[in-house]
Design a protein. Structure first.
Length: 406
């Protein structure tokens, strides 16, 4: 059986996927065990030739709340690295949650969670705080003073951040559907505009120029490379990932020559990523091509394919690849990730990981113990249930046993 690299003739260099997720259920909504998730990660790394992979732990910002997401991500990291490191390594960025009335102020709670994440062995932190719907729910921007103690801590500890700020520009625009009917913008006047989101981020970066930060999804700025270039020049510690928001690739494709110059100039500031999710855990590696090939191969084709290609199920025409030379591919695929996160993943503190499991387990056993914030003050954020409660009770038992035995 050919793996993805051999099947498509890609450069056989080591590949680091800087941005995947794990979810509490599959595409059909069926709950997933934590060991099935480990199987998914193992097979993903084998089939797509990853030597490193970074889980961005993330719970939804509405609907079902997965309080076990950080512990599950830690478990995957600890178990798989115990089996396969250093040939294959799993890194994890912690999810920070803004959902509790803990008695602490917002700045105290953010700082507390960051300290816990660092101590237990996460490799960085993932924030959704600049995503428009979450920004509306929070009611304040990244330039707010509530972030200050948290930001000081991550800078002092050289702790990387991945930040989702914005969304594709089409979300604010009036579009015409296939029948020629105008459709209102997805984001109405109740949402912060993209220029304001960028201004809030820049105010944060002005205060904290040493912050080690990667902006997800190319910062949704593929349509205006001159402005993006000026931004990167102003903030030399900022990196981008090319995790597929497919709109960005079509924006970049409007001027292939300029895009190629941009990727070469900033090749030491761009990270490869896929946004894959654990919606499939079959032992059949051939099925991974069907389930994940399109989303992983979009950025790979864009960077190194030899001829124009089409993105599946899209009628926006062919995409012209950059055909980057190996020296630039090596940075984007591998070296930039290792520079930011290190040659080896940070070790997991099993005792502290067990404490996290034991903090979450009682909530799943008795959900009435969870204290949600005042929803009116929190912009209407609603959590309808604990995600996959029954399976997560079993998952937490599995994780507790693992961390107890070390």
């Amino acid at each position: 059986m050919k793996n993805n690299t051999t099947l498509h003739g890609y450069n056989p260099m080591p590949l680091c996927d800087s941005h995947i997720h794990i979810h509490h259920s599959d595409r059909a909504g069926l709950p997933i065990t934590i060991d099935d998730t480990c199987t998914f990660i193992k097979n993903l790394m084998i089939y797509f030739s990853y030597d490193r992979l970074n889980i961005q732990a993330l719970t939804p910002y509405g609907g079902a709340l997965d309080l076990a997401i950080n512990t599950k991500a830690l478990y995957c990291k600890a178990k798989l690295n115990k089996q396969f490191a250093p040939e294959h390594q799993v890194y994890v960025n912690a999810n920070l949650m803004h959902v509790f009335n803990t008695g602490l102020s917002p700045e105290e709670e953010l700082l507390r969670q960051a300290k816990v994440a660092y101590a237990v062995g996460f490799d960085g932190i993932k924030l959704l705080d600049g995503k428009p719907i979450f920004r509306r729910q929070l009611g304040y921007g990244l330039n707010d003073s509530r972030y200050e103690p948290f930001l000081q801590f991550v800078i002092e500890h050289d702790f990387p951040l991945v930040l989702h700020t914005g969304d594709p520009h089409e979300m604010w625009e009036e579009l015409v559907d296939s029948n020629g009917v105008k459709q209102p913008p997805h984001f109405d006047s109740s949402f912060v505009t993209m220029p304001q989101l960028r201004d809030e981020l820049e105010q944060m970066l002005e205060k904290h120029p040493m912050l080690k930060i990667t902006l997800a999804h190319f910062y949704f700025w593929g349509a205006e490379l001159e402005q993006l270039s000026a931004f990167l020049d102003r903030y030399p510690n900022v990196c981008l990932d090319i995790v597929p928001a497919c709109e960005e690739f079509f924006d970049l494709n409007k001027d292939p020559a300029t895009a190629r110059e941009f990727f070469i100039k900033y090749s030491d500031r761009i990270l490869f990523g896929s946004d894959c999710n654990n919606w499939h855990s079959s032992e059949s590696l051939d099925e991974y091509q069907h389930c994940f090939g399109n989303i992983i191969n979009l950025p790979r084709n864009y960077l190194e394919a030899k001829a124009p290609f089409r993105f599946v199920d899209n009628d926006r025409g062919e995409i012209t690849p950059l055909q980057l030379e190996e020296e630039y591919l090596k940075k984007i695929y591998h070296d930039n990730f290792v520079r930011i996160y290190g040659e080896t993943a940070r070790p997991v503190n099993y005792d502290l990981a067990l404490e996290l499991v034991n903090e979450v387990a009682p909530i799943y056993n008795d959900p009435s113990t969870i204290i949600f914030p005042d929803r009116e003050k929190f912009g209407g954020l609603e959590f309808t249930s604990l995600a996959s409660r029954e399976i997560n009770v079993k998952n937490l038992e599995t994780m507790a046993q693992f961390f107890e035995t070390k």
